[in-house]
Design a protein around this ligand. Structure first.
Ligand code: AMP
Length: 134
């Protein structure tokens, strides 16, 4: 059975999409630790990130870097933190999270509840910058 993220890539489940390439897809985390919290995933369903081929994981990180820079331009923060857990969804993903302190990337913190319009506005702003710069 497909993962929830494969269903997102195929458009079977909606997402607040930021950008995609032939191999990767970036979209807002639905339970964000901070405004702009983004997930970068491979389109090829792979559970464990370290099972991704060397060339592809390198490309995935470069894609994540470009997304992170577009986030930084739109979300006030000290920097963008990167984390990989993969304990919940068995489809590799990099978390990109705007942070000011170490506590902002603590996954035990309560998640933000945002309205759909706010998710859309955040995704649109990051997407616009990403498209301008790439
Ligand atoms: P983890 O596997 O522990 O890295 O966590 C999976 C992440 O995926 C969590 O932060 C969830 O909020 C996020 N997530 C799960 N389902 C969705 C979805 N349909 N759209 C966006 N993010 C999701």
């Amino acid at each position: 059975m497909s993962t929830i993220f494969t269903k997102i890539v195929k458009g079977e489940i909606p997402s607040y999409k930021i950008a995609e390439t032939e191999k990767f897809y970036a979209f807002l985390d639905i339970n964000p630790l901070a405004k702009g919290h983004t997930l970068v995933i491979p389109k090829l369903e792979t559970d464990y990130i370290f099972d991704i081929e060397d060339e592809d994981i390198a490309e995935m990180i470069v894609f994540a870097k470009k997304i992170g820079l577009a986030m930084e331009a739109n979300i006030p923060c000290k920097r963008i933190g990167m984390a990989v857990l993969g304990l919940e969804v068995p489809h590799a993903h990099i978390h990109l999270i705007p942070i000011n302190t170490v506590y902002d990337i603590d996954f035990k913190q309560p998640k933000l509840k945002l309205e759909s319009a706010e998710f859309e506005a955040i995704a649109d702003s990051i997407k616009t910058t990403f498209e301008l710069n790439n």
